[in-house]
Design a protein around this ligand. Structure first.
Ligand code: FES
Length: 108
């Protein structure tokens, strides 16, 4: 079952500059490239550093600013033969961005 959670308004995002959001314990890097929205994990699968939102954008890819691992924004796939990064399904409704985030369940 999908769990789409509101992130922000499309109009609030700068073009070609990452923005970090922490929602439901998920650390997200959100990018707007040519008016298209991409939501991926902000945590690099390399040393688990949470700086992907500050990565270098080139077309539809982002490069981690720490050691240079490169990821496709559309798929989350690695472009440098390393581990993939988590990509979140998104949808836009009335100018608002929603991402399909994992549900959190409490186990008491
Ligand atoms: S922490 Fe991202 S490439 Fe090393």
């Amino acid at each position: 079952m999908k769990n789409f959670v509101r992130i922000c308004k499309v109009a609030d995002l700068p073009e070609k500059k990452g923005v970090r959001f922490e929602i439901n314990d998920e650390d997200l890097a959100v990018f707007k490239v040519d008016n298209e929205i991409f939501v991926i994990s902000n945590v690099c699968p390399h040393n688990r550093v949470a700086l992907i939102y500050q990565g270098y954008l080139c077309n539809e890819s982002v490069t981690c600013p720490i050691h240079g691992w490169k990821f496709d924004l559309r798929s989350g796939n690695t472009l440098s033969n390393q581990s993939n990064i988590r990509k979140y399904e998104t949808k836009i409704i009335d100018g608002e961005i929603f991402a399909n985030l994992p549900r959190k369940f409490l186990n008491w």
